[in-house]
Design a protein around this ligand. Structure first.
Ligand code: UDP
Ligand code: MG
Length: 321
């Protein structure tokens, strides 16, 4: 029998977890003829009753595993911990706990992989219903920018909701970076991906965990993680301003040669000082961003810390199945 592990990142999801468990259990029952399924909940440092609920589920259902972080490390870290643990399954799925990712789609995803030879089946949202206009606009602009200036092509509507073969997950885990931007990583590893249209559902309960600040950080990480062109941009700006300055100097010199009483140097000097100042600051700012990233990568801190779990990392699936 094939094995399937479903990774579910959870952050303060006490309201929605009972509904989620009911719905996913129905899907697991449907799949039970062909798959042994394990549910890998990753509690990302929740402050509500998420962990007690998960413990309770784990007591009643041996297929429920939980990994609980020592604090909130973010959804990226939660997905990573889940994949680290689940990598021994034949197929690994990831879905949100809030039921915005319909569990009903999982059997179809598995079919594409097992019957049609795809390595990954991933959801693409067919609309942005249930999302604010401002958030949609920001998100669309972000993907336009990242696709224009980076080497990889990330679809705006791609979601983290997906089922992957073990090989794909191994490739994802082989990427060592600390600042993780999964949409980029999923695209970067390649493989044969089947995109499935998926209508965006409203959250079943609870609130979104993304603030504009968190999203902005996510966007910057995404862009700087996949391109070094901002570095080149600052260099081009530097060259451009250098020529501007040269032109201004020549202009002043020529005017002075024609008319010895001309005195336009002072404003020019001011302009030049402002220009160079701006350029240097810009370049320093961009360099600083990259430097900060190099610093974070070099420190190589653990990407998450597990405080409590009912699993031993990476070996339960091997032993149990
Ligand atoms: N999540 C997480 N850690 C965080 C933020 C979110 O594990 O710091 C989980 C959350 O519990 C949910 C999923 O990531 O299962 C998506 O989060 P959310 O629904 O808040 O995002 P949205 O759907 O609004 O983009
Ligand atoms: Mg959600």
């Amino acid at each position: 029998m094939k094995t399937l592990a479903l990774v579910v990142p959870c952050y303060n999801e006490q309201d929605v977890l009972p509904y989620f468990y009911d719905e996913i259990s129905r899907v697991i029952a449907v799949l039970s003829e062909d798959y042994r399924t394990e549910l890998v909940f990753v509690d990302d440092g929740s402050k509500d009753k998420t962990l007690p609920i998960l413990k309770d589920l784990a007591m009643r259902d041996p297929a429920v595993k939980y990994i609980s972080f020592s604090r909130n490390f973010g959804k990226e870290a939660a997905m990573l911990a889940g994949m680290d643990y689940a990598v021994h399954a034949d197929y690994i799925g990831i879905l949100d706990a809030d039921l915005q990712h319909s569990p009903d789609l999982i059997p179809e995803m598995l079919r594409y992989i097992t019957e049609e030879g795809y390595d990954v089946a991933a959801a693409k949202r067919s609309d942005r219903e249930g999302e604010g206009k401002f958030k949609s606009f920001l998100s669309a602009s972000f993907y336009k920018v990242i696709n224009k200036i980076s080497d990889i092509e990330i679809s705006e509507s791609a979601q983290d909701f997906r089922v992957m073969k073990q090989d794909v997950v191994r490739s994802i885990l082989s990427m060592p970076e600390n600042i993780r931007f999964s949409k980029g990583i999923f695209t970067w590893v390649g493989f044969n991906v089947k995109w499935i249209d998926h209508k965006n559902r409203e959250r079943a309960a609870g609130n979104t965990k993304w603030s504009i600040r968190k999203l902005a950080k996510y966007a910057v990480d995404g862009i700087l993680g996949y391109t070094t062109s901002p570095l080149r941009l600052s260099f081009s700006c530097g060259i451009f301003f250098f020529f501007c300055m040269l032109a201004a100097l020549i202009y002043t010199l020529v005017r002075f040669c024609i008319d010895h009483t001309y005195n336009g140097t002072l404003p020019l000097v001011f302009a030049a000082v402002f220009f160079t100042g701006a350029v240097i600051l810009c370049c320093l700012g961009i360099l600083g961003e990259y430097l900060a990233r190099v610093y974070t990568e070099v420190k190589d801190r653990p990407k998450y810390i597990i405080a409590q779990t009912n699993t031993l990392k990476n070996n339960i699936l091997e032993k149990e199945f």
